[in-house]
Design a protein around this ligand. Structure first.
Ligand SMILES: Nc1ncnc2c1ncn2[C@@H]1O[C@H](COP(=O)(O)OP(=O)(O)O)[C@@H](O)[C@H]1O
Ligand SMILES: [Mg+2]
Length: 262
């Protein structure tokens, strides 16, 4: 991943004029029902070069995620959970297959369009967090608003509200390196939510949190799904996190399997 812009992974300019949703821009929205699929993966393959050959990580995945749904992806370390999130987040492209988002095929977008797509529609909690070390906690939260050209009084108020909701009130002016791992993770959580994304991609978002704080964060995800119809895709090792999701799928051997609800 690029080291340039931690919120969307690219260094593309910050002058984004068009604030319309992707679906409306394509003219294919057509008053889609609330429960229509937000994401549709068809035959997605992804591999990485290894020892002169290719190591296949995702081996022809099909997956549908409905609007407003929360889906947990579980699987052993190295099974491809982060790879799957990166593909759906248009951080990289698949070797084969299509990735539909609200009727648009992400694999057909050029780099600029992918950057704008990420910036407007996605909240990404990276496994490595990607906080900006030279910005304070509050400034890290304001960055997605600034990149989207919507940094105003209401945005600042909401940034502070989110910090409070993840228990970081009073830490606004602290720099990330002075925070604990769990506090940093909560900054990354709040930053991914501050611009009201349609889709949250959360890569092991509670890995550094104690049980109670993890429940607070999961509760926040669910509140935002109810309040604004956000969809959430969460990669996790935690059975608690998986249990809080509407649906669980398991990645193993490059394939996805539906896991029966507990
Ligand atoms: N950029 C990359 N280059 C080469 N190999 C990669 C890259 N990203 C992931 N991989 C490999 O793909 C496999 C799946 O990785 P990952 O998606 O991070 O798994 P998980 O998140 O489930 O632990 C691993 O074997 C990893 O080494
Ligand atoms: Mg991972």
């Amino acid at each position: 991943m690029s080291a340039t812009s931690p919120t969307d992974g690219t260094a593309a300019g910050r002058h984004s004029a068009d604030r319309q949703p992707l679906r409306s821009r394509t003219g294919r929205d057509g008053g889609e029902a609330e429960d229509s699929p937000l994401i549709r993966l068809l035959g997605v393959r992804k591999g990485y070069p290894e020892g002169g050959g290719v190591r296949v990580v995702l081996d022809g995945l099909d997956l549908v995620i409905r609007r407003g749904e929360s889906l947990a992806v579980v699987g052993p370390s190295g099974s491809g959970k982060s790879t799957l999130l990166n593909l759906i987040g248009a951080m990289e492209g698949p070797d084969a297959g299509t990735i539909g988002f609200g009727g648009e095929d992400l694999t057909t977008l050029d780099e600029t369009a992918r950057t704008l797509f990420r910036r407007r529609h996605l909240g990404f909690i990276f496994q490595q967090l990607n906080l900006v070390p030279t910005l304070t906690v509050l400034e890290n939260l304001l960055l997605p608003l600034e990149l989207n050209g919507v940094l105003n009084r209401e945005g600042r108020r909401y940034a502070r509200e989110l910090l409070e909701r993840v228990g970081l009130q009073g830490r606004e002016d602290t720099f990330p390196e002075l925070l604990s791992g769990g506090e940093r993770q909560r900054v990354a959580v709040a930053r991914a939510l501050v611009h009201g994304p349609d889709l949250l991609l959360a890569d092991e978002p509670t890995g550094s949190l104690d049980g109670a704080t993890a429940q607070t964060v999961l509760g926040l995800f669910n509140e935002l799904r109810r309040e604004r119809g956000m969809t959430a895709l969460i990669a996790t090792h935690s059975t608690d996190v998986a249990a809080a999701a509407d649906r669980v799928v398991a990645l193993q051997g490059g394939r996805l399997q539906e896991v029966a609800a507990a």
